[in-house]
Structures are given as structure tokens and as C-alpha cells.
Design a protein around this ligand. Structure first.
Ligand SMILES: Cc1cc2nc3c(=O)[nH]c(=O)nc-3n(C[C@H](O)[C@H](O)[C@H](O)COP(=O)(O)OP(=O)(O)OC[C@H]3O[C@@H](n4cnc5c(N)ncnc54)[C@H](O)[C@@H]3O)c2cc1C
Ligand SMILES: *[C@@H]1O[C@H](CO)[C@@H](O)[C@H](O)[C@H]1NC(C)=O
Ligand SMILES: *[C@@H]1O[C@H](CO)[C@@H](O)[C@H](O)[C@H]1NC(C)=O
Ligand SMILES: *[C@@H]1O[C@H](CO)[C@@H](O)[C@H](O)[C@H]1NC(C)=O
Length: 509
């Protein structure tokens, strides 16, 4: 057979396959459901994917979730003295509806709220300190920044309004084949423009002053993403929304959501690391061919492989995050996409704070600030310093003042040296350091996000992180790929990439 006849036959086959698929669209029941689905990674993304896949495909399909580490991934806790503390992803926004739904569905509870207070440190002194009195904060901000801080709220609300549309689309079963299409469905060209501009450019365009951006906005992007206001406008808006009031965590630790979702979805957890994925073509009963994905993995009991109809990758395909070889794909799928993950070192110290480090003369016994953010000053060593509470708040708990030995969490771009620790703390009895490749390094050069669809039935969840990284973003992406996998399996093209959903769904309500 010559190459030419070969490609002609391939084209014909493809054409037939396409018409076959289209005729199935009106009678989706004709297509057998998939038998086996693999999910790679058991963080919030992978476990939420297992949950939504079960919801879409029903009880008949076997779902395997691969995880070599601890279920939860970047949601993790550490024990210090007598209590456990969050050391990765911590706070959840009150409008994160998927996280809220999971907690309710799994019978978990939000952690009891302990009022927090914020301050801003410029490397020498505290330039702002929140008072217990709202009215004092209001006038202090008004005095310094005019109405900028009120406008900030309005701007975040307008972005959030559009963001919230995704929940309605997903409720109606709509899915999107790329990050750009998903963002466009939520916020139109406006959201794509946010991805094309830095937060700084966006806010200058909205009329915010450079001083306000440096003094108030930069500390927020530094604590949330360890980066400056040169991150893209979309993740910037998510970051600023993440400084809202009403933030919460899960009682007993956020990672309980992940193990809960695994259990609830009746998936099997395979404690192994996936090393490679390849396509295998097999003849089927009806005389045509079927293709499967062969997933190879290494666990404690050695290496093995299994065949799957559908595979969801729920770990970043980036340097230092995972190392999966894709073979037999055309066009090829890379192990690592362009761009890097940002290093954030999280240091939990059970110790006594050195008040003079903060350049304040306030007595430590009166100092009850919980979150100290920092400005982007020359040679600033830390991104933030927070007094943190355990994952379960005991009855009658009150956050101790700075005069007591307690647990502080420091975020920094590099590991703290002994000398730096000695400068920040007077004394300590334990230090626990975690080096996270925490979230993407958001510049504009990688604004072309990786695809959701890597191959026919092979999907990639973490590409949405390049718009913004958060628990809720992984949950939204999980539901999107579960819907996408379902609709593509059954040829329901009418539920993929629909334009104008906003106006159409208004009619359906
Ligand atoms: C310090 C820090 C603070 C944060 N703060 C917040 C916050 O306050 N609020 C918020 O919403 N978000 C926060 N985030 C971001 C949030 O934690 C992440 O966006 C979210 O947890 C990502 O979940 P995921 O499941 O997509 O990825 P991950 O949690 O990274 O899960 C991927 C999993 O895949 C596994 N894996 C990797 N390679 C393989 C392989 N080859 N085979 C099988 N499994 C593999 C990994 O072990 C991992 O468990 C923070 C993150 C960090 C690091
Ligand atoms: C965003 O930038 C890309 C590349 O520079 C460009 O092709 C695209 O048109 C821009 N989109 C918007 C909405 O500005
Ligand atoms: C506390 O901070 C001040 C100011 O940075 C520093 O001079 C001092 O050495 C630090 N350590 C102690 C134990 O006071
Ligand atoms: C910033 O740091 C550089 C090098 O350490 C120094 O030369 C410069 O004077 C500093 N600028 C400010 C404003 O402190």
C-alpha cells in the first residue's frame, strides 16, 4: 500500500466515523458507556473529576484514580505541637459554589470563624494596620486613597458577576473545549483582554493610582501568588477577590474534601505514579477498531499497566510537577508545556515574634494582627507573615496575642536562613518548611494556555490554572472536563462551545 492510498483510506474512515458520530447525536443511548476511566492525580482537581465523572457516566463505569503521594496534593496539613495546620491552599471564597457544594454533600463543616485583622509592612514598618472598628479603617483608607478602595470593590464585583455565570452553564450541562472559550463564555472579550494585560495595566486603565496599586494591591498579589502586580489581570482579579471578607476553610482540613470525593464517587485509589500513556488500537467485535489508552504506572508493588477508554490528567504537565511520557500520539503531546511553576516556601514556626522586626513600638500583648502583608520593596525577604489557627477550632478558642508563643506562617520566595529566622523571631521550638512549586509563574509570555483536549478521549484539567490557580478553579475545570468527556463520548456536540449562552439561558429560566 502506498502512502497516498493509505491516507485516502484514513480520510474516508475519518469521514465515515464523523457521520456515524453525528447520527448518534440524536440517539446517544446507542453508544455503549465507557468501561474504564483513569484519573491521574488525587488533588482537589482529580478527586472532583472522579465525582463529576460518576455523575455524568453513572454507576457502570470503573474509575481509577492514581496518586503516589498523599490524597489532597497541594491541600495538605502538618502537625505542630498539639494541633494540625494548613500548609498549602487555605482559604475559600464565600462564592466558590463547587467547594461549598462538596462540603455540604460530604457532610463536612466550615471551620469556625476566628475574626482576622490585617496589616501592611514595607520592610521597615507597618504602613497600615486594621482597627477593630470598621469606621476607623474606612476613614484611614479614605484619607490616604480617596475613593479608590471603594472602586476596588465595585471592580471586583463586576468581574465576579461574570465569573458566576459558569455555574449556570455547568448546571445546564454546557462545556468548553478550551480555556479561551470557557473564559469568553463567562466574560466575553473583556475576560480575554484581562488575560492579555497585566493587573497593573488593567487597573491603571480603570483609573486606579499607582500609589494605591503599590500600597494595597501588590501586597495582596504577593500573599496570594508570591508575585507582583505584573501577573495577568484575570488571576489578579481572582487574587483581589481572595482578600474579601467571609473567607473560610474546611473544619478538620481542606484535604478532607479530596478523600471525601474519592469515597463518594466510589473510585478506586491506586497508590502509584503514572509514568507513561500511549494509544493502543484493537479490533472490535463489530469489525471496526477501538482505541484505548494504555496507562503505565509504578507503585510499591512494582510496575504495571492498564487499558482505559478515557483518561483525565489532573496534575500540572510542567517541570518539577510531573513527568509523564506520552507515546504514539500525533501530533505529539509534550511531557512539559512551556512556562514554570513559582516557588513559594511556606515556613511554619512555633515561636515568639520579634516585634521590633515589624518596626512597631506596640506592646506584643496588645498586638492581635493575624495577617501581615508586605509591599514590593527592595530586597524584601518575606511575602507575608500570618498568625494561624489550627484546622479545628477548639471550644472557647481565642487567637493569642504576639506576646505568646504560637504558630506563625511565613511565605517567602527563598528558604529562610538561620539569620533571617533569628531576625523575625526571638525564639522558637519548631520550624517546618515546605518548598511548593505552588502556582504558575504568571507572565504574559505564556498567555497561550495548554489545551483541555490532548487527544480524542484524553483530557487535561490543570490548563485552567494558567488563567488562575485556586481550589475552585480546579473544581470548575474538573466539572468542565467531565462534561466534555461525556458529551464527546456520546457525540452531543450541541452541549460544547455554544455561543451566547448568557442570553439563551435567560430564556430558559
Ligand atoms: C502555599 C499555597 C497556598 C495556596 N493558597 C490557596 C488558597 O488560600 N486558596 C485557594 O483556593 N488555593 C490556594 N492555593 C492553590 C491551590 O492549592 C491549588 O490551585 C489546588 O490545590 C490545585 O489542585 P489540583 O488538584 O489541581 O493540583 P494538585 O493539588 O497539585 O494535585 C495533583 C496531584 O497529582 C499527583 N501527581 C503528580 N504526578 C503524578 C503522576 N505521574 N501520577 C499520578 N499522580 C501524580 C500529585 O502528587 C498531586 O497530588 C495555594 C497553593 C499553595 C501551594
Ligand atoms: C491577545 O493577544 C494575542 C497575542 O498577542 C492576540 O492574538 C489576541 O487578539 C489578543 N486578544 C484580545 C482579546 O485582546
Ligand atoms: C529583632 O529585630 C531587630 C530589628 O530588625 C533586630 O535588630 C534584632 O536583632 C532582632 N532580634 C532580637 C532577638 O531582638
Ligand atoms: C535597592 O537595592 C539596590 C541594590 O541592593 C541598591 O543599590 C538601591 O539603592 C536600592 N534602592 C532603594 C530604593 O532602596
Amino acid at each position: 500500500m502506498t502512502l497516498q492510498t493509505m491516507s485516502l483510506r484514513t480520510l474516508l474512515l475519518l469521514g465515515l466515523w464523523h457521520t456515524g458520530k453525528r447520527s448518534l447525536a440524536s440517539a446517544p443511548e446507542l453508544q455503549d458507556p465507557p468501561k474504564k476511566i483513569a484519573v491521574v492525580g488525587a488533588g482537589i482537581g482529580g478527586t472532583a473529576a472522579a465525582y463529576y465523572l460518576r455523575q455524568e457516566f453513572g454507576t457502570g463505569v470503573k474509575i481509577d484514580v492514581f496518586e503516589p503521594g498523599i490524597v489532597g496534593g497541594r491541600l495538605a496539613t502538618v502537625k505542630i505541637a498539639d494541633h494540625e495546620y494548613e500548609m498549602g491552599g487555605t482559604v475559600i471564597h464565600p462564592l466558590n459554589l463547587h467547594m461549598k457544594h462538596f462540603v455540604e454533600r460530604l457532610g463536612l463543616l466550615p471551620k469556625k470563624d476566628v475574626p482576622s485583622k490585617m496589616a501592611i509592612f514595607d520592610g521597615k514598618e507597618l504602613t497600615f494596620e486594621e482597627s477593630d472598628w470598621f469606621i476607623i479603617n474606612f476613614f484611614r483608607m479614605l484619607w490616604r486613597y480617596g475613593f479608590s478602595f471603594l472602586r476596588l470593590q465595585l471592580w471586583v464585583e463586576s468581574v465576579l458577576d461574570k465569573f458566576m455565570r459558569i455555574y449556570q452553564y455547568q448546571q445546564y450541562g454546557y462545556s468548553f473545549s478550551s480555556v479561551d472559550r470557557l473564559l469568553h463564555a463567562m466574560g466575553g472579550d473583556n475576560f480575554l483582554t484581562l488575560m492579555n494585560q497585566t493587573l497593573e495595566e488593567t487597573m491603571m486603565g480603570e483609573g486606579f493610582s499607582q500609589i494605591f496599586i503599590n500600597d494595597i494591591v501588590a501586597p495582596i498579589t504577593r500573599v496570594n501568588y508570591g508575585q507582583s502586580v505584573r501577573i495577568n489581570g484575570f488571576v489578579g482579579a481572582v487574587s483581589v477577590a481572595g482578600a474579601d471578607s467571609g473567607l473560610w476553610s474546611v473544619d478538620g482540613g481542606n484535604k478532607r474534601v479530596c478523600s471525601g470525593l474519592l469515597y463518594y464517587s466510589k473510585s478506586e485509589l491506586i497508590p502509584a505514579k503514572v509514568t507513561s500513556i500511549s494509544v493502543k488500537v484493537r479490533p472490535s467485535k463489530t469489525g471496526t477498531t477501538n482505541s484505548f489508552y494504555e496507562v503505565s504506572y509504578v507503585g510499591e508493588s512494582g510496575s504495571a499497566y492498564s487499558l482505559y477508554d478515557i483518561v483525565i490528567i489532573a496534575t500540572p504537565l510542567h517541570q518539577g510537577k510531573s513527568d509523564i511520557t506520552f507515546s504514539g500520539f500525533s501530533p505529539p503531546i509534550p511531557s512539559h508545556y512551556p512556562g514554570h511553576y513559582h516557588l513559594t516556601v511556606s515556613t511554619l514556626v512555633h515561636g515568639l515574634l520579634n516585634m521590633s522586626y515589624l518596626g512597631t513600638a506596640e506592646p506584643a500583648s496588645k498586638f492581635t494582627v493575624s495577617d501581615i502583608l508586605t509591599t514590593d520593596s527592595n530586597g524584601s525577604v518575606i511575602n507575608s507573615l500570618s498568625s494561624i489557627d489550627p484546622i479545628h477550632i477548639p471550644e472557647g478558642y481565642k487567637r493569642p496575642p504576639a506576646s505568646k508563643t504560637k504558630v506563625w506562617k511565613v511565605f517567602s520566595p527563598k528558604a529562610l536562613s538561620q539569620e533571617q529566622l533569628q531576625n523575625i523571631f526571638i525564639s522558637w521550638d519548631s520550624v517546618s518548611e515546605t518548598r511548593w512549586l505552588a502556582y504558575p509563574l504568571y507572565g504574559l509570555s505564556h498567555r497561550k494556555t495548554p489545551p483541555f483536549i490532548l487527544h480524542n478521549r484524553l483530557y487535561y484539567l490543570n490548563s485552567l490554572e494558567w488563567a488562575a490557580s485556586a481550589m475552585e478553579m480546579s473544581a470548575i475545570s474538573a466539572r468542565n472536563v467531565a462534561l466534555l468527556a461525556h458529551h464527546r463520548w456520546h457525540g452531543q456536540v450541541g452541549k460544547i462551545d455554544q455561543e451566547d449562552l448568557q442570553t439563551r439561558l435567560r430564556g430558559e429560566l
